[in-house]
Design a protein around this ligand. Structure first.
Ligand SMILES: NC(=[NH2+])NCCC[C@H](N)C(=O)O
Ligand SMILES: [Mn+2]
Ligand SMILES: [Mn+2]
Length: 307
């Protein structure tokens, strides 16, 4: 198994410059060497090509889906890379970029894996639609679109089908939810462990619930990690920071437990904004989490084979 690095220099889904620079920042911080030092072979697939556009064309395709055409195009390309990586027996590590890239990751992973589970770790719900979104930023919509709720252009990214079952979604660390998102969660078949719930239960119990929930339920799990799930005090370098979030150790524990479970097939690390970061704090956290998570992947594979 190789690790496939896939960079997604996309910020149009966030409508804020900066997170498009993150893939370059990770490479300059020697992410490839870091992963190789864990004993993995790394193949860097390079960056997904993002179409050029400009501010004036934001609403060209839809009044509340900014840069719709460009975001969909980038996700179609990403989905193909993720699909190829997994179907070749490799592990795609997707480096964002804004979180709209979850559309493409999940589309690609769910083409290889029939019954895909998704763990979405995020201060935000990312379950808005063009109707409920207060901003029109597509990075607030990818999770809903993946389970079939939202504009058809997002739901049908890459392939005309709903990518995952709503009940296969496990969301952790929500604490900045919009009205429409709260409504959707109320009637949802997905699992939503908000920050309040995390604090009440403790992270160990959250992870226990998560692993039990997915046991015998899904074929594999795609993990989508938004760095703003971490408390903005520790991780200031994101476009939409929120306080009172996960500690770095909480995040580490969630991710390493998923790696050790043997169920994780792919991983997004999103929303690093190097322009907003302070002393590389957020970059360092991201690198630390990537290193620790991947270092546990091998044990996960063994666990899977012996299970
Ligand atoms: N991936 C993210 N950081 N999403 C932030 C979304 C913020 C807000 N809920 C919106 O829909 O615009
Ligand atoms: Mn997000
Ligand atoms: Mn977020």
């Amino acid at each position: 198994m190789k690790i496939n690095l896939i960079g997604v220099p996309l910020h149009l889904g966030a409508d804020k410059f900066g997170c498009n620079l993150a893939p370059k920042t990770y490479r300059e911080a020697n992410i490839v060497n870091l992963i190789e030092s864990l004993g993995f072979e790394v193949f860097d697939c390079g960056d997904v090509n993002v179409l050029e556009t400009d501010e004036k064309r934001k609403y060209e395709h839809h009044p509340n889906l900014k840069y719709l055409h460009e975001v969909v195009d980038a996700n179609n390309k990403l989905a193909q890379k993720v699909y190829e990586s997994i179907s070749n027996g490799n592990f795609p590590l997707i480096l964002g970029g804004d979180h709209s890239l979850g559309l493409g990751s999940i589309a690609g992973a769910s083409k290889s894996i029939k019954n895909l589970g998704v763990v979405w770790i995020d201060a935000h719900g990312d379950i808005n639609t063009d109707i409920t979104s207060p901003t029109g930023n597509i990075h607030g919509m990818p999770l809903a679109a993946s389970f079939g709720i939202g504009h058809e252009a997002l739901v049908n990214v890459y392939e005309n089908r709903v990518k995952i079952k709503e009940e296969n979604v496990f969301h952790i660390a929500g604490r900045d939810l919009d009205e429409g998102e709260v409504e959707l969660i109320k009637g949802s078949k997905g699992q939503f462990y908000t920050m309040d719930k995390v604090k009440k239960l403790g992270i160990k119990n959250v992870v226990k619930d998560m692993l039990n929930y997915f046991k015998n339920k899904v074929d594999a799990i795609h993990v989508s990690f938004d760095l703003d799930s971490i408390d903005s005090l520790f991780a200031p370098g994101t476009g939409t920071p929120v306080k009172d979030g996960l500690s770095v150790e909480d995040a580490k524990y969630i991710l390493e437990s998923l790696a050790l479970s043997g169920m994780m097939c792919s991983l997004d690390i999103v929303e690093l904004n190097p322009v907003l970061d302070k002393d590389n704090k957020t970059l360092d956290i991201a690198m630390y989490l990537i290193k620790n998570t991947l270092s546990k992947l091998k044990y996960g594979l063994e666990n899977r084979l012996t299970a």
